[in-house]
Ligand binder design. Structure first.
Ligand SMILES: Nc1ncnc2c1ncn2[C@@H]1O[C@H](COP(=O)(O)OP(=O)(O)OP(=O)(O)O)[C@@H](O)[C@H]1O
Length: 421
């Protein structure tokens, strides 16, 4: 988790103070963008439920996001990620449950009172406004009286020159941060997808919120730009130190960007942990299958029993192992399996090896390319071993269960191979 080192933010003065404090607040805002980062907030979701008519979209979702943390909500399409994010933003009410920011319930607060900025997948830019106006809108709404915000007449409203200039400076500064300073006069239609996304980010940053909510912000970008923007968003998170809550259906995005990842399935948070913990220690078979590419291998207990020579108890329904758990080194220790080689794919540094067992189960292995060329493939068959400690056991409910056999009680690999074949 990224710890925030920031000082407590000075809350803006009430509107009545505007004449005296406006310049001070704007200067303060500017220094936040140049020097002192702004503070972050802890966000707590307690038993959030959401129903649309008879359909329950969220079932008792509870999650604590620490101040300054980068938390990603990930899960398949329709699992309720965006709904949960929109509820946090205050754009939709929950049917039950409570949301707290820094310990205070915000359920009664409107979106703009929650000190949260949201970046949408669709960018949600105003098409008739320039980049500069788009980015400056949150500050203009907050800092200028309604009359002064009118397109042409607004300029005639007296006493706003300093405020306008300071807003302009803040816009330029934030635009430079996300490298779109040269695009300020353009309209969104004249920007690429990546540039539009930067404008949307700049418009969120300028609000200096404690919490950023991002709903699939990279999904409209091509694969290469997505990788670049991934890095930029994580460094933005480090620079600002704010709390980031990010929604994606892309597990690679979730795994590479986040301090912790909450995996959602069917309206529930199934597991929340660090990316590494989710990968090595999934607590649910759906999580094991969703996280990792290529997908984890899953075999039945009957087949595992054939491999090990030990029957498995009814409390176990599946045994799973990651592609890199397969060891093709001759005579290596572990559970031995003999399989048919279907094909292999060279990925540069690694090779994916696609196999089929005699029981018809397809298995994927991943090994360094240097190992591949030395492997013995006779009659289209190849042997591999599995270290027992690399196996994960799952109960019929799909929940993780203790491994039903101890590594000490295993047959030697060569005997297992003959048993399996
Ligand atoms: N306004 C609505 N009325 C009825 N059902 C809705 C409404 N909004 C969302 N839903 C349903 O709630 C479920 C969750 O939707 P949500 O958009 O939160 O999913 P998601 O996980 O973000 O999916 P995706 O990755 O496809 O955006 C879906 O089945 C969706 O059809």
């Amino acid at each position: 988790m990224i710890q925030t080192k920031r000082q407590t933010r000075q809350r803006p003065a009430r509107p009545g103070w505007a004449g005296v404090c406006l310049a001070r607040r704007l200067v303060g805002r500017l220094t936040k963008h140049t020097g002192e980062p702004s503070v972050s907030a802890k966000v707590e979701l307690e038993n959030i439920e959401k129903s649309y008519g008879a359909t329950q979209t969220l079932r008792s979702a509870s999650l604590t996001i620490e101040a300054g943390e980068f938390m990603t909500l990930v899960g398949p399409s329709g699992c309720g990620k965006s709904t949960l994010l929109r509820i946090m933003a205050g754009l939709q009410p929950q049917s039950a449950g409570e949301i707290r920011i820094d310990g205070t319930s915000v359920d009664h607060l409107r979106p703009r009172e929650r000190d949260i900025a949201m970046v949408f997948q669709s960018y949600a830019l105003y098409p008739h406004m320039s980049v500069e106006q788009n980015i400056g809108t949150p500050l203009r709404i907050r800092r200028l009286p309604t009359a002064a915000r009118l397109p042409v007449l607004g300029r005639l409203v007296p006493g706003q020159r300093t405020a306008r200039r300071q807003i302009q400076e803040a816009v330029r500064e934030v635009a430079d941060q996300v490298e779109i300073g040269h695009l300020l006069p353009r309209k969104p239609a004249a920007l690429s997808g990546g540039q539009r996304q930067r404008v949307a980010l700049a418009r969120a940053i300028i609000r200096n919120p404690k919490v950023f909510l991002m709903d699939e912000p990279l999904s409209n970008l091509d694969a290469r730009l997505r990788v670049t923007m991934r890095g930029e968003i994580t460094s933005l998170h480090r620079r600002l130190g704010a709390t980031f809550i990010y929604v994606t259906h892309d597990q690679t995005e979730a795994m590479t960007m986040s301090d912790r990842v909450a995996v959602m399935m069917d309206g529930e948070i199934v597991q929340c942990a660090s990316p590494q913990e989710l990968y090595t220690n999934p607590q649910d078979l759906r999580v094991a299958r969703f996280i990792g590419s290529p997908e984890i291998n899953v075999v039945s207990t009957e087949e595992t029993a054939r491999w090990t020579g030990q029957p498995l108890p009814d409390s176990i329904a599946h045994i799973a192992f990651r592609p890199e758990a397969l060891d093709f080194t001759p005579k290596s220790a572990g559970i031995g399996v003999d399989a048919r080689l279907l094909r292999h794919e060279l990925l540069g540094h690694d090779v994916l090896v696609f196999l089929q067992t005699d029981q018809g189960t397809e298995i994927t292995g991943r090994i360094p390319a240097a190992q591949w060329s030395g492997l013995a493939v006779a009659d289209g068959r190849i042997a591999f071993t599995l270290r027992p400690e690399a196996l994960l056991a799952f109960a019929p409910s799909g929940k993780r269960a203790p491994l039903p056999f101890s590594p000490d009680g295993m047959m030697p690999a060569d005997r297992m191979l003959s048993h399996a074949s």
